[in-house]
Design a binder for this molecule. Structure first.
Ligand code: C5P
Length: 240
């Protein structure tokens, strides 16, 4: 999935134009959604691309349910909520998905377990006395118990998520960097190959593609890494 974190609609269109031949999924996050959301969602729908609407919804259950009902009209295939919202909020998110399913096409809902920009000292500072692995483990088990379709987590967390949940459970990994590349604000990063070998279903890549001198080449290099890693891993793991 390519993260369309661009300041203007024209820049987002440029990223799309340079990558659409090779890419099916696009992620629309805060920047795109708040500044040109309607427009980009319409264009992606018309181009028959799949959209991950990454709003990391985190509020009281009723508010989150209403938000999902509203944004699902965009036709997004995947919507994120924040696992920090707790059991009642996650259950409400799953319930509204089920309600939408009865009336037609419903998005899948994934829970963000922990931002990939955070490390243990950040958790302590916000009052969470757990390691990242413990937190992701608890939150992914909770997300599945509440009926959600999957989680967003760092590549490093994928084996723990797989251990604590039962298939099918979608695992989406941001924080992807080619080895040696600038991590910027991301702290828990991994390469596309590592993501595949860890068992991720999807990787989310933003700046390594959108800021590349040639985004098309950057996509193709990542695709090649994915294919090679898929060929290397045991067949029982499925493919990304
Ligand atoms: O540019 P970069 O590849 O770091 O973009 C990663 C994208 O994934 C951003 O849009 C960010 O909001 C999102 N994300 C993340 N960590 C999470 C969940 C989402 O980086 N845990």
């Amino acid at each position: 999935m390519i993260a369309l974190d661009e300041p203007t609609l024209d820049r987002a269109r440029d990223v799309f134009r340079h990558t659409a031949a090779d890419v099916q999924w696009y992620k629309v996050g805060y920047q795109a959604y708040f500044s040109y959301g309607e427009q980009i969602l319409t264009e992606l729908r018309e181009a028959r691309r799949s959209v991950f609407l990454d709003l990391k919804l985190h509020d009281i259950p009723n508010t989150v349910a209403a938000a999902i009902r509203t944004v699902a009209r965009s036709g997004a295939a995947l919507i994120s909520v924040h696992a920090g919202g707790g059991r009642a909020m996650l259950t409400a998110a799953a319930a509204v998905r089920d309600e939408l399913r009865r009336t037609g096409r419903a998005p899948k809902i994934v829970a963000v377990t922990m931002l990939t920009s955070l490390v243990q000292t950040d958790l302590q500072e916000i009052g969470i006395d757990h390691t990242p692995h413990q937190l992701v483990s608890m939150r992914s088990a909770l997300a599945q118990a509440c009926g959600l379709d999957g989680v967003v987590c760092a590549v490093d967390d994928v084996p723990i998520v797989r251990l604590r949940t039962e298939a099918p459970f979608m695992v989406v990994c941001p924080g992807i960097r080619a080895s040696g590349e600038l991590a910027a604000d991301q702290k828990r990063t991994a390469t596309p190959s590592e993501a595949v070998l860890a068992g991720a279903d999807f990787i989310v890549v933003g700046r390594p593609i959108t800021k590349a001198p040639d985004p098309r080449l950057a996509v193709r290099a990542i695709m090649a890494q994915i294919e090679q890693a898929n060929a290397e891993k045991p067949a029982s793991m499925g493919t990304v």
